[in-house]
Write a protein that binds this ligand. Structure first.
Ligand code: PMP
Length: 366
């Protein structure tokens, strides 16, 4: 008889884990992956030094935080480097939420890791659904009246791609109780840079801005991110962080990515991806089977189709992987397309147009 496996506590047994794109489909060089909002370009930053790897990489953190502060236009004491935004989410919830007592909320639909992290910390999670016009209004009153410890706002939002208007964010910050942390996830902010919330940090010590090198910088492989916040908030996060979380080679690569020439290259690539995105979205609008498209301020586009599941399957048959989304905004059939190169998006469109033409012909015949 096989020995039974150790049993986790009921809350962990019951929780739904986050399912990443790579868990759904393993990477292969022969297929096109437009399912994880990654950058299609190789960062091209050269090889890294192996000298000194026998030591924990401690001073690299400080250098990296200074470099990111310069890039983000904030004081270095307001930057905390971490293993991606995922680690920042974890640290914020771990550091500020009392298990079984504090409550966490997020505007939804959104990035699933906010809920997963609050489940792990045994905190009740509340969805604050966007209304049909994607406004924050319905949630604002609940936050003002509620006792949430942390509220996550993904801006621009994954998976819709929309950007919550600045005046609604101001209202959120002004009306939220001062003890509520407003954690704004700016994973995709480089695609609409002027919209950042960092200039509100000085006025709101309960504001936390989360940033990453995984998207616009094209460095998902080093999983490096940052928390920008009041120094006192960062001191609390540091208390619950693991020792030496940032591998030295990752920090070296991140530092290189933040040099002026490489930032300029990132910005050129962002401009290119935004152009490709806008022309791709324009083409999607002309498909008869497309029932709704959200204007995107990110490197992906979410659109809803009458025959979403079959389009998803057809793209997959042709070796193109995108993300199928659960129903949202009162409709099912949503697909999310990460923006790749112009050629990759032409391949996607070719498949969608073929399927759309076949559907129109069938409709015309019947
Ligand atoms: N926030 C959002 C909104 C995301 O979409 C993702 C990844 N898909 C992350 C955070 C994770 O970022 P990181 O790679 O920095 O952990």
């Amino acid at each position: 008889m096989v020995d039974p496996a150790p049993i986790p506590p009921p809350a962990i047994e019951a929780m739904e884990p986050y399912v990443s794109a790579r868990m759904l489909t393993a990477f292969s060089k022969d297929a096109t992956f437009l399912d994880a909002n990654e950058n299609p370009f190789d960062p091209d930053l050269g090889v890294f030094e192996t000298d000194g790897l026998q030591h924990y990489a401690d001073e690299a953190r400080e250098q990296l935080e200074h470099a990111y502060a310069r890039f983000a236009g904030v004081d270095a004491e307001c930057v905390f480097a971490a293993r991606g935004i995922d680690e920042v989410i974890d640290l914020v919830v771990k550091a500020f939420c009392e298990p079984h007592i504090d409550r966490v909320a997020a505007f939804t639909p959104t990035y699933g890791q906010y809920r997963v992290t609050s489940d792990i910390q045994r905190c009740a999670f509340t969805s604050l659904p966007y209304d049909d016009s994607l406004s924050l209004q319905d949630g604002l009153a609940k936050i003002a009246a509620g006792d949430f410890r942390v509220v996550f706002l993904c801006r621009p939002n994954n998976p819709t791609g929309h950007l919550a208007p600045g005046d609604e964010v101001d209202l959120l910050l002004k009306t939220a109780p001062r003890g509520t942390i407003i954690a704004v996830d700016e994973a995709y902010i480089e695609f609409c840079h002027a919209e950042t919330c960092v200039d509100r940090l000085k006025q709101f010590p309960n504001l936390v801005v989360m940033r990453t090198l995984s998207k616009a910088f094209g460095l998902a492989g080093i999983h490096t991110g940052f928390c920008l916040a009041d120094k006192r908030v960062l001191t609390t996060l540091a208390k619950v962080a693991n020792p030496y979380p940032l591998p030295g080679p990752c920090s070296q690569i991140a530092l290189r990515a933040l040099e002026d020439d490489n930032v300029a290259q990132m910005q050129n690539r962002v401009r290119y991806l935004c152009e490709v995105r806008d022309s791709f979205a324009g083409e999607l609008r002309s498909l008869v089977g497309m029932t709704r498209l959200v204007a995107s301020e990110t490197n992906f586009v979410a659109a809803c189709f009458a025959d979403g599941p079959s389009l998803y399957a057809e793209l997959r048959n042709r070796g193109i992987h995108i993300r199928e989304l659960p129903p949202m905004l009162g409709q099912s059939g949503w697909l999310r397309f990460s923006i790749g190169t112009r050629e990759q998006m032409e391949d996607v469109l070719g498949t969608l147009v073929d399927a759309d033409t076949a559907t129109s012909l069938r409709a015309a015949r019947s």
